[in-house]
Each structure stands twice: as C-alpha cells, then as structure tokens.
Design a protein around this ligand. Sequence first.
Ligand code: FE2
Ligand code: FE2
Length: 356
Amino acid sequence: MSEAVQLDTGHELDLGWMDQHGQWDTKAEQSKYGLTLADIQIGEYGDAPVESDNQTGRPRGAAERPGSYRIGNYAVRTKSEIWLDNASFLYEEALQRQWSSATDIPWHTIEPLPDDIEQAQCTMDTFLTEVEFVAGDVPARWISQTTPDFFEARNVLLCQVMDESRHMDVFRKRALANGGGLMKATGGTAGVVGSIDLSRDFTEMSSRLHISGEGAVLTIFRMGELMAYNDAEKAIYRLCAQDEARHVAFGVMHMRYMAETAPERHEEIHCYLDEAERGILAGSQNPAGQFPTTSESMAILLGGGKKHFDEGRNKLIAIRRRQLSEYIKRVRSAGFGDRFDNGRSQVPEILADIAA
Ligand SMILES: [Fe+2]
Ligand SMILES: [Fe+2]
C-alpha cells in the first residue's frame, strides 16, 4: 500500500491512486510495423467484451472509478454490432497513408481543357463533393454512439471521417483550379443519403454506405485513370481509391464478423442488402439508354468530348459492369453470397444483361 507522505514544504501527498490501476507489469513489444494497436491487445487490455456496460468513458482495462457519472449514452454496446477482426490493421494503415491534398497532388500539371471536358470534370467534382460530404457525415454520427470498449473500430471510423473531408476538399480544389468552378448540385446522392440517414442500426448503415455506396465509388476511382487528363487528376483518383478501399474493407470485414457471430441476424442483413440493391439496380438499369447528369459527364470524360460520346458510353458500361461484379465479390466475401445462388438477388441477372 502506498501511504500518505508529509513533505517538508507542508504539503501532504495522498498517493492512494498509485494502488488503483488495471493489469500491471504489462510490457507490449513492437512488431515489424512498429508498436501497433494489435501489439497492445494483450492481457486484459486486449479483451473487447461481447457486451459492454461501459457508460462512463472508462478506457478499456483501466480500474473502475466508483461514483462516475455517465458521459456517453452509448447505443452500440454489443460487439457483433460494430466489430471486425482487422480493425487494428486498417487503423495503422490509415495513419501511415495520410496524404495532403495541398502538396501531394501535382496541381501544376493541369492545363486548360476544351470547354465540354472541363464542364464534365467540374460536374463530376460537384457530384463527388456531395458524395464525400455524406461519406464523412454518416459514420461520424455513429462514433459517439459507440462504447469506448470498442475503440479499435471507432478509431478506423474516425480516420474515415478525416479521409472523407480530404476527398471532399480535393474534388472541390480540382473544380476551382482550371478556369471552371462548381456546377449545379447534382442531387446524385439524394436517394442513397435518405436511406443511409434513416438507418437505425450500425450494420444497416454500413451495408448501405461501405458495401454498396462506397463500393460503387471505389470502382469509379479505380477506373479514374481512364477519365483523367493530367497527372493531377490521376493522383487524385489513385490516392482516393487507396483510402476508399479501406472504408469498403471495414464494411466487408464487419459484415463477415456479424455473419460468423450473430447468425440470428442473417435474414435481417439480407433485407438491408435487398434495399441497397434496389438503389444499385436503379442506377445500373439501361446504362446505355438513360443518362442522368453524372453519367453523361462520365461518358464525355471517358470518350474525350461530346463528339465521342458513344465511345465514352461503352467505357461507362464497362465501369457499371465492374461495379456490379465487384459488389457481388464483396458480398460473397462478407458471407452473404447465398443470395446470388438462390435467386434472391437480381444483380447477377442485370450483370448478364449488361454484358450481353
Ligand atoms: Fe471518400
Ligand atoms: Fe469512403
């Protein structure tokens, strides 16, 4: 026991706090990637509880403080609701791969473009600014709802919010960098945003945002090279794709964890996917016939101007096809592939139609 000490100056040190701690003699050792979150998941500190009763913001593994008041009203306190096995890895990767939209993009490589190309680019920039705003806003409101005991998953989401704010600003910067500017708001996120906002459950939100919404955006970024007219645009798409792949991985890994640990929720998750697919299909049906603003702009960028619209449209159809096949792979990887084999999902059918 540490006893109180009387100092010469007259102060008395209590020191009682020295005996109140979590597991002691802890010696985390770094791995080849440095001292990562995975390396400190040791002893009692590594145990994320299946159910958390932590409403006081107590750091996981710290000694309890009697008489604490509630500082959080955490709705997410069941591990399967938000957990994923590789959260620590995704978090460390996010930290290592932060980039600056001010200095890591070779902005000087942008040169004046024909009006139709610049207008199409600025429309995409406007659309993506809208998309990225939502992609940051929605997970942000779930972070404060989640118990500190699941901080690894929270930290990945905190990084996502930072990533999305950078994505939002980089497309805004591109719109303002070459003689154009922002175009009319596309409203392209209206349907998706409405439903993401209405999610009552984290996994419901994640299936809409990470798996279907960001999955589709990731495919666009990966094909961005085909739409880019200079090294600055190529760098923007490449760096955004790198971040976006992490966000999508969060959704897939979380859904996999949910599939493995909460089989009673399978049917419910399938319902979320049914709903997400209605949105995907609405955007993919008749890709050659109907061209809302963003599709027209993409086809103009892909083809090389209004005059080459048909060529661009064919490339756009290839992108739509890739969006659907990547979606199928993702859902299979998450453990819900049975929907494609038992006829519940219409996505394989639509994919076959587009391929024909
Ligand atoms: Fe993003
Ligand atoms: Fe994202």
